[in-house]
Design a protein around this ligand. Structure first.
Ligand SMILES: [Zn+2]
Length: 309
């Protein structure tokens, strides 16, 4: 961003008619970040080449003057699946993911998805008690030792949640923010204050109407499709300046506005698991512009993938 547009934004945001030289540094400018979810890297269907092509497009977007982006947030399901495969296969998928990610020229922050977790399925190959069972592999390699965390950028606060809990009876995953994490979330929001705009990322969506659209108005979703305990903490979000909740999981592009919060499910890098677009929405990623006035815009960018057999 050049100095003139920075000044223009700063003046627009603060209502100041003039900003003295030097003071402009203290006024946060707008910035952009990328949101890429449901990547599902695997050896089949050209998925690794597809993600590599996506990384090249993300680099191009991030470097272009008019769309310059500071970092990437991934939305989970980075690999095809670790729930129901052996460790050899899971590690192969992670290594393909790593290889493609090495080409990315901006920092990346990763959100955990259900398919990134080893063995949390009634059909698991890796069983409880085995060394890599669960979230360890993700948190060690991609989460800086954690599965949920937060950071600040450009006057905004970002919270990456871990929306994946385990059903103690079936050992399958389910969408839920557990009690420890909710206590952390509350403390993190309190520390952030009520003014700072917040972007929250949860792999499993909080809300979705997509199934009602395609299956009829009475179709009910279960805890594998949505975060089951959202109704218990939604008001916590509304008492802070949460602007945007980004998610993945359903692979659709969907925008829902409830009160002051927009809930955007960000399509999928893999489209329909590398088998084509999802209800007409192509393989792609989001470009989010966070403005100095606390508002944002969201655009979806295709990387022109041609499906392989
Ligand atoms: Zn998922």
């Amino acid at each position: 961003m050049n100095r003139r547009s920075l000044l223009h934004l700063a003046a627009g945001a603060s209502g100041l008619s003039a900003i003295s030289a030097g003071a402009q540094d203290a006024v946060p400018a707008s910035f952009r970040f990328l949101f890429a979810t449901d990547i599902h890297v695997q050896p089949e269907r050209g998925a690794t080449e597809g993600f590599t092509q996506c990384v090249a497009k993300m680099n191009a977007v991030a470097a272009a003057a008019e769309t310059k982006a500071d970092f990437l947030i991934t939305g989970g399901d980075l690999i095809m699946d670790a729930l129901e495969v052996g460790m050899d296969r899971a590690l192969l998928e992670w290594s393909l993911f790593d290889e493609a990610m090495m080409g990315l020229e901006i920092p990346a922050y990763h959100t955990v998805g259900n398919h990134d977790i080893v063995g949390w399925s009634s059909k698991a190959v890796v069983k409880p008690g085995e060394q890599d069972y669960g979230k360890k592999l993700f948190s060690d390699r991609y989460g800086e030792g954690r599965t949920y965390r937060s950071f600040d950028h450009g006057g905004w606060h970002f919270i990456l949640l871990d929306s994946i809990s385990q059903n103690p009876q079936t050992l399958d995953y389910e969408g839920r923010i557990d009690d420890d994490q909710l206590a952390w979330l509350q403390a993190d929001l309190e520390k952030t204050g009520k003014e700072t705009p917040v972007v929250l990322v949860s792999h499993i969506p909080f809300f979705s109407v997509w199934h009602q659209v395609i299956k009829g108005p009475t179709f009910a979703l279960d805890a594998k499709a949505l975060v089951a305990n959202v109704f218990e903490f939604r008001k916590l979000l509304e008492t802070h300046n949460v602007k945007l909740v980004l998610s993945g999981h359903g692979h659709v592009l969907e925008k829902i506005e409830i009160g002051r919060i927009r809930y955007i499910q960000g399509g999928a890098v893999s489209g329909m698991w590398w088998k084509g677009p999802v209800y007409g929405n192509p393989e792609g990623f989001g470009v989010v512009e966070c403005r100095a006035d606390g508002e944002f815009t969201y655009d979806y960018e295709s990387f022109d993938w041609k499906v392989r057999a």
